[in-house]
Structures are given as structure tokens and as C-alpha cells.
Design a protein around this ligand. Structure first.
Ligand SMILES: CC(C)(COP(=O)(O)OP(=O)(O)OC[C@H]1O[C@@H](n2cnc3c(N)ncnc32)[C@H](O)[C@@H]1OP(=O)(O)O)[C@@H](O)C(=O)NCCC(=O)NCCS
Length: 149
């Protein structure tokens, strides 16, 4: 991380890390969908440890689940102090990306086949998060319209 990404105290901006997550999630989604994708949502993101100028940041993404036109991508961020080799897990975030056809409309995505217990766990947890997202959205919409979900 360079000085242009940080505040005057040397802490890297959260937005810089979020942008990296969005970009890496986009690449993972494009690889799965073989099409254009857009980010529909980024779940609440927390920052567990500060990232400083000079730290090496590694961002890894995996497609956790695929539905009709969207996929959930999980992103893990780690930092390393390259002098001491000390590492820390700084963030995990989940993004929903939607595949688009040539007209810019949501397009069907290929199914995701879990091949290991770990992949099955990720897919199961992704489904729970999706159910919660949709339920939260439905409840908020219903409350705003003065009815209960
Ligand atoms: C994402 C977008 C294409 C969805 O369009 P839409 O008209 O709501 O389309 P649909 O209702 O058919 O939904 C398409 C998929 O998006 C998902 N989706 C839409 N809004 C969502 C949200 N807020 N959170 C999670 N998923 C969402 C739907 O669940 C659906 O997934 P599924 O087909 O797998 O069930 C549209 O809202 C958009 O273009 N947003 C801007 C994206 C963008 O520019 N991102 C970059 C950041 S600025």
C-alpha cells in the first residue's frame, strides 16, 4: 500500500480496501459467468485491524453460490508486514454480482457445483445470507408501505 491510499497517520482508507474487494470479486464472477457483471450489493464490511502504508495486502475471492442471474462472491483480505512477515486477517466481505447480457439485462448464470465439503459449507452459508438479505429487503419495503411482511 502506498501513501496515496492513506490518511496523514498512515492508515489505508477503508474505501481503498473496498475497491480492491469489488475488483477482485468482479474478476471471480466474470470467470464463473463468462459475461459482463455488475455489483448489485456489498454486505456490511468490518475492518478488524488497521492496514498501514507499506503493508502488503492480499485479496482472495471465491464464488460461493450461483442463483438465477446472480452469484455471491466471498472475499478475504489479509495484510502482511513484509519486514516481520507478520500477517493478519483484516476483512471478509460478501458481494452479490449480477451477470448481464449484451443488452445490459440480467442474464442466467451457470450453476455452481460444490466439489468439496468446504465448497458445500460455503454454498449453504451463502444461501442463508441470501435468504436474510431478501427477507430484510421485503420487510423494510413492507414497513415503508405501512404493512407488515
Ligand atoms: C443489479 C441490477 C442489474 C439488478 O436489476 P433488477 O432490475 O433488480 O433485476 P432483477 O430484479 O431481475 O434481479 C436480478 C438479480 O439481482 C439480484 N438483486 C437485485 N438487487 C439486489 C440487491 N440489492 N441485493 C442482492 N441481490 C440483488 C436479484 O436477487 C436477482 O438475482 P437472481 O436472479 O439470482 O435471483 C440493477 O439494479 C443495476 O444495474 N444496478 C446497478 C449496478 C451497478 O452499476 N453496480 C456498480 C456499482 S455503482
Amino acid at each position: 500500500m502506498g501513501i496515496s491510499e492513506a490518511n496523514t497517520a498512515g492508515n489505508v482508507h477503508g474505501g481503498t480496501i473496498m475497491k480492491l474487494c469489488d475488483q477482485v470479486a468482479g474478476i471471480a464472477a466474470i470467470r464463473h459467468c463468462s459475461s459482463r457483471v455488475v455489483t448489485a450489493a456489498m454486505d456490511r464490511m468490518t475492518f478488524r485491524h488497521p492496514v498501514f502504508v507499506g503493508d502488503l495486502v492480499t485479496v482472495r475471492a471465491s464464488v460461493n453460490a450461483a442463483w438465477r442471474t446472480s452469484v455471491e462472491v466471498g472475499v478475504r483480505v489479509e495484510k502482511e508486514n513484509v519486514w516481520t512477515r507478520e500477517t493478519a486477517h483484516t476483512s471478509t466481505v460478501y458481494l452479490t454480482l449480477v451477470a448481464l447480457d449484451e443488452a445490459g439485462k440480467p442474464a442466467a448464470v451457470p450453476p455452481l457445483h460444490s466439489e468439496s465439503e468446504d465448497e458445500e459449507r460455503r454454498a449453504h452459508e451463502a444461501q442463508l445470507r441470501r435468504d436474510n438479505r431478501l427477507a430484510e429487503r421485503a420487510e423494510i419495503t413492507a414497513r415503508r408501505e405501512g404493512r407488515t411482511a
